[in-house]
Design a protein around this ligand. Sequence first.
Ligand SMILES: [Fe+2]
Length: 474
Amino acid sequence: MKKTTLVLLGFMALMACKTAKKESNAHDEDHDHFHSQYSSMSDVDAHKIIFPSKTPDRIIVSLTEDANHSFAVNWRTNQQVDTAYVQVAEETHGPDFLLDKNKQQFTAKTEFIAVENIRDQEPLVKAAYHSAIINNLKPGTNYVYRVGDGNKNNDTWSEWFQIKTPSSNKSEPFSFIYFGDAQNDVKSMWSRVLRKSYKMMPEVDFMLHAGDLINHSESDREWGEWFYAGSFIHATVPSVMTPGNHEYDKTVERKKLSALWRPQFTLPENAPIEELKETCYALDYQSMKLISIDAQSFINSEYSRNEQIKWLDSVLASNTKKWITITMHYPIYSTKKGRDNKELREGLKPLIDKYNVDLVLQGHDHTYARGYASNEGLGKTVVEDAGAIYAVSVSGPKMYESQNQDWMVKRGEFTQLFQIITIEGNTLKYDSYTPMGSVYDSFHLIKKEDGTKKIINDPESQEFMRFKSDFIKE
Ligand SMILES: [Fe+2]
């Protein structure tokens, strides 16, 4: 190459660099965000988890109201990225899905959020949160997608993630994993639970989180840990979550939902009232109606309580799905000594009974229990008309003690757990596992023609129950 050409190229490179710098300054008054990606904050604990860059992070897919034909995706970048895209293609065996004719591009919704968690001395974090609902998909089809800025000269994308839409054949079996509170030491202690559940069932259709995903609602670091724990699993297995008390800001008496809940998740917006959008909702998945009740809001105000009760009544009255699962954070029957959620039970149990709800999946009490209202402490293996099954579970490391109650078929403590639930036709199979993959609790529900349910408890899993007193000498 001639010397003059080299000089010219060098000059062009210099100009390109200057132009990029100027543009970046025009977008962001904080120069540090773009060029050094918060390098001046590099001594901040958990720096990599807290601060965004232009590379997408905290990528998560969630279920929509119409999972057969759509999915929602959310992610985060620094605020330099003010326009963001999702590219989607049907998956192919080779790289041919990359051809322009095979992929579609969608523009995301972008909002700029700044969070400063003074309570935990966390630094100010400015981020751009992006979200999109990808519609018009084919049921039972493998897709790939990626998210990024689509910048013409210097684009930055995530890797391509795989996702499969559910089959339109309603009798096809499906599975989901239910997690109680992750809440504390999420990176350190919860990661293994989520990862083991995925290892045991990588083809799971979705994951359900029954509230208290984190401890401090406004802690960007804790949310970062939750996303870190799931990493690519969150981006390939759809999630749904109901908020717990810890998703509500303690510094304002748990009256305000985390400022990050709505920007970082996309959940159905079919709530009875505006303030419950994405916290109280219903969706259909194959043969199941899945409902989230915002239990904290339910406790907070009579208005919210009445609206949620009326709404639940109407949703269940028009339900055509064979199976009904409700998730809420506070349990209808508490397992922890001295706790009782009377308002919740008095408001919701009549509807649970009236509409023959199958599963009520809850958290909050940091113990395990599973049973049904008419059990009366009898411990039968087979029950012909069990009614709704209530479960309280915990996936994180914070543990409480519980007490025997008549509704409980199984009760345990001091064990991190996840539950794999599979529905096939008239049968629902529920297995609770420890992070070591041991079965902790197990039962089948068989739905009869008249809608009543026979429960078959697995007596073998009884032997594995653990209690604090068994291994902690005070
Ligand atoms: Fe809680």
